[in-house]
Design a protein around this ligand. Structure first.
Ligand code: SF4
Length: 510
């Protein structure tokens, strides 16, 4: 019989969540670096450079890899011979660990969890509750996989009930392009096959707790149907040419994970959940000897690559920018933004829309005329930071507000991550505006370009409040130009074509 103390579980959860907020797993860094070395698309290579450099900066500065510090997901296997020295139940202990991790003063993480999800959507303030799966298993230990899953990648999850004779590979290859780039590739696909609808989803998520090992699988060869599927899906998804951040390139996924379970004769449930550039998971093993603390990696584990933000980029002054200047920018061009911009995301847009519809004026200081809006919900600042990690959020969620913003506020351009949908692009073209993208998953790097930050409206919305940022050389790419051309359409089509025609030989393995 093993006795496990309440504080040992709480401290282990807190330590794991703080650790994963600023340390990428080494296997992911190695896989992105290998992909970076092979990449032939300049735009995708540049995005991976930013992800790798951001990762190292986070490890050095012990600050979050991404401004979205995730929803905590826990897979816990409790041995039947474990006895607890605890007053709290398991859920309360884990949530206490989450609370302490997210409120830690020296590295406060973003609280993103809202209760009453179909109603008031109030932030719980401490990122609780976690999503917790508990199994009772043989043994005298407690074995835990814990993850902090980003919302952008979780939102792209898919579930299908296929016919038993349908092809799983065909469904995956058809479905991945519909997910756009809001899941911040390069990442992993987690696939659950079998069971029931909910079992397949849990399997898909659980499969993402394993390290990247597709190269080892390729080297030793597949031993069963599931491993054959992993390799086939890996090659076919990469051949889609989506590339890092959806900019077009050779690597979209660095691994494909699959877990399966027996299913009904009439069914073939398949769930697919992508994991993003902010891959965050850790393992905890409690054996009664005290808390399980993570071992920090060495800084030498990060590749020594350099990235010159200024190379080939155009400097732009946001304080004097005109519609005429914006109209000269072309899709794929890289810019360095300087000057003042406003921020706003889902809740702020909804409130602006309601105020304008009611004939109300926007709050003092909120003037979008000839300005840019950055779709971001930053982490709170610590120490001497102007703002905490502040990477872009998924722009498609703002598509439905874009016509209103461009037509009624005089907004000139938007900055976010990933592609725009047809409604957003139509509005951009109609108003000869522009959409710029920053790299999702390089939030700490982006935040270093933000020199001043202050909240100017809707403070009660927390991280969704409207801020004014003063930026210096903030790197972005023109993703939709004033003519409505989208790099997320042209880039993947170009690289898919190059690979299909043999002009570029896809090299996925060493
Ligand atoms: S890397 Fe992208 S999807 Fe992942 S947490 Fe950050 S913004 Fe969200």
């Amino acid at each position: 019989m093993t006795i496990i103390k309440q504080n040992d579980l709480i401290d282990s959860v807190t330590d794991a969540l703080q650790f994963m907020s600023y340390y990428h797993p080494k296997d992911y860094i190695d896989a992105v670096y290998a992909a970076w070395q092979r990449e032939e698309s300049d735009a995708a290579k540049d995005a991976m450079s930013q992800i790798l450099i951001n990762s190292r900066m986070c490890a050095e500065g012990k600050r979050p890899i991404c401004q979205d510090t995730g929803i905590v997901t826990v897979f816990m296997r409790v041995g039947m011979d474990v006895q607890w020295d605890a007053e709290m139940n398991l859920h309360d202990m884990i949530n206490e660990g989450v609370r302490r991790a997210y409120l830690l003063p020296d590295n406060k993480l973003r609280a993103s969890i809202l209760d009453d999800p179909a109603g008031k959507r109030n932030n719980t303030g401490d990122n609780t509750p976690a999503v917790i799966h508990i199994d009772i298993v043989a043994g005298d230990k407690v074995d835990i996989d814990i993850a902090a899953k980003g919302g952008g990648s979780e939102n792209k999850s898919k579930l299908v009930m296929l016919n038993p004779s349908d092809s799983i590979v065909d469904w995956v290859v058809k479905t991945v392009p519909t997910m756009g780039a809001g899941w911040c590739p390069p990442g992993m696909l987690g696939i659950g096959i079998g069971g029931t609808a909910e079992k397949a989803s849990v399997l898909a998520k659980e499969s993402l707790m394993a390290p990247v090992d597709i190269q080892q699988l390729k080297d030793r060869g597949p031993a069963n149907r599931i491993e054959e599927l992993r390799l086939e899906i890996f090659e076919k998804v990469n051949a889609l040419g989506i590339g890092a951040q959806g900019l077009g390139g050779l690597t979209t996924v660095v691994d494909v994970k699959i877990k399966d379970y027996p299913t009904h004769a009439a069914s073939l449930p398949v769930a697919m959940i992508p994991n993003c550039a902010a891959t965050r998971h850790a393992h905890v093993l409690l054996d009664g000897s005290g808390p399980y603390l993570q071992t920090p990696p060495k800084l030498e584990d990060w590749p020594a690559i350099t990235w010159d933000a200024g190379a080939g980029s155009k400097r732009v002054n946001l304080d004097t920018i005109t519609p005429e200047e914006v109209a000269t920018w072309k899709t794929g061009e890289t810019l360095l933004l300087n000057g003042r911009m406003l921020t706003g995301r889902d809740a702020a847009h909804k409130r602006i829309q309601t105020m304008l519809a009611n004939g109300e004026s926007l709050p003092a200081g909120v003037d979008f005329k000839n300005r840019f809006i950055y779709y971001v919900g930053p982490v709170d600042a610590v120490r001497d930071e102007a703002v905490g990690p502040a990477g872009p959020t998924t722009a498609t969620r703002m598509d439905k507000f874009t016509e209103m913003m461009l037509a009624e506020t005089g907004l000139l351009g938007m900055i976010g991550k990933a592609e725009r949908g047809p409604t957003g692009i139509e509005a951009i073209k109609k108003h000869a505006a522009v959409y710029l993208m920053a790299v999702g998953g390089s939030a700490y790097l982006v935040s270093k370009a933000i020199k001043e930050a202050r909240i100017i409206a809707f403070e009660e919305l927390g991280m969704e409040a409207i801020h004014e940022f003063v930026v210096e050389d903030m790197p972005v790419t023109v993703a939709v130009d004033a003519r409505g051309e989208s790099v997320h359409q042209t880039g993947p089509a170009l690289w898919r074509g190059k690979m299909a025609s043999g002009e570029v030989k896809p090299v996925y393995f060493s």
